[in-house]
Design a protein around this ligand. Sequence first.
Ligand code: UD1
Ligand code: CA
Length: 453
Amino acid sequence: MALSVVILAAGKGTRMKSSLPKVLHKIGGVPMVQRIIDTVKTLGADSIHLVYGHGAEQLQATVKEDNLNWCLQQEQLGTGHAVQQAAPHIQDDDDVLILVGDAPLIRVETLTALREVKAHCDLALLTVVLDDPTGMGRIVRQSDNITAIVEHKDATEAQRQIKEINTGMMMMRGADLKRWLEALQNNNAQGEYYLTDVIGMAAAEGKCIQSAQVETPVEVEGINNRVQLAKLERALQRRQAQDLMTQGVTLADPARFDLRGTLTTGTDVIIDINVIVEGTVTLGDNVVIGANCILRNCAIGDNTVIEANSIIEDAQVSEDCTVGPYARLRPGSVMHKQAKVGNFVEMKKAVLGEGAKANHLTYLGDAEVGANANIGAGTITCNYDGVNKSKTQIGEAAFIGSNSSLVAPVSIGKGATVGAGSVITNAVDDNALAVGRGKQRNIANWPRPTKKS
Ligand code: UD1
Ligand code: CA
């Protein structure tokens, strides 16, 4: 049977007090609705229907999915009305899974359990027992059989004592759903078409209704404001940190590690405190990441050490390298194996050959540095003339003396040496020495100026 998933995301999210539609707020670096779509794809949905209303332009600009069926709900007349917008696209013999767009921590395992319940009944409900169920739809049972969901605002005092609540996530056959949706009325406390009324209809038809329970309530918790956003962010970070540690990563403190994307690791990786990982990051075996580093879309090879306070973005670092402390690798930086970058070194679109070193206070932009070259402290590749960017080429085993400016476009030959303090504007041949600085002049017994009275 085909699995058709409906995600309800038309609500405005007024309490976020934001110009961004609620479901585009990020959790773990990913817009919450995208996270749900990703989960549903892992589950193996055949079609995904996204019911949207507010912020259509922003939503469509952000959520780029080929096979997503966008269903506009012009006016938000209730969750039942929302599902009605997707109904024409649902086949009678589809299995329909309904999810809410603002509960991003739902796990594939939980949805699989719900699916298994649905496999041997007509309607499967995902429920959870809460200490404080205020505001939620209550699951009404008669001698264990589910007979209805009653919204908090419509519930009697006795029903409000029920602590088992509707998560908003449920599953049923397409034909049943469509028949029940047609019969929905809005004569309730909120004047809305409640999706939850289909449960009463199913019970009246004598259908088999069963529930799957969520073990960790946070999975089905919705986000309505920024306090809840922060709470679920922490919960997700805890979960990700647990997963990483289970996979064999050492985290100095799982509470001080943030993953906003996807991290792939080799064995025996060690990550110190306050590290932020964003986008897609790969760490090889035995990689050590020092405190306060930010890694964004990069790959770090085996045995490489990133020292504290370094920032690496859209860069490739090979095996056995050392980076930092306080290094910044900007987009297009490549370090071949055993290369070294020390403190206050910035790289941008620059390649450091095997075993090459830039140990201190250097800017390498639009540069190619050959194997085993040594870049002295304070070296600057002057890659920008105010209008255009130009390249600097440094040959294998070249030695650039401290505090030199290499004015691009320029090339330094293999084995060449640049004297400290040089400003190099012309190409330097292989094995040559280039000195480009004012000649030193000594004046003997020079009288220092004296203070005027
Ligand atoms: C709903 C359930 C309630 C459940 C709770 C769980 C109904 C009537 N009530 O209540 O039983 O305990 O969720 O959080 O279903 N939405 C639309 N269009 C609309 C209305 C809502 O797309 O016209 C979307 C919202 O964007 C949201 C989801 O549906 O993602 C739930 O809507 P919400 O207003 O939060 O429902 P609740 O009143 O909390
Ligand atoms: Ca809600």
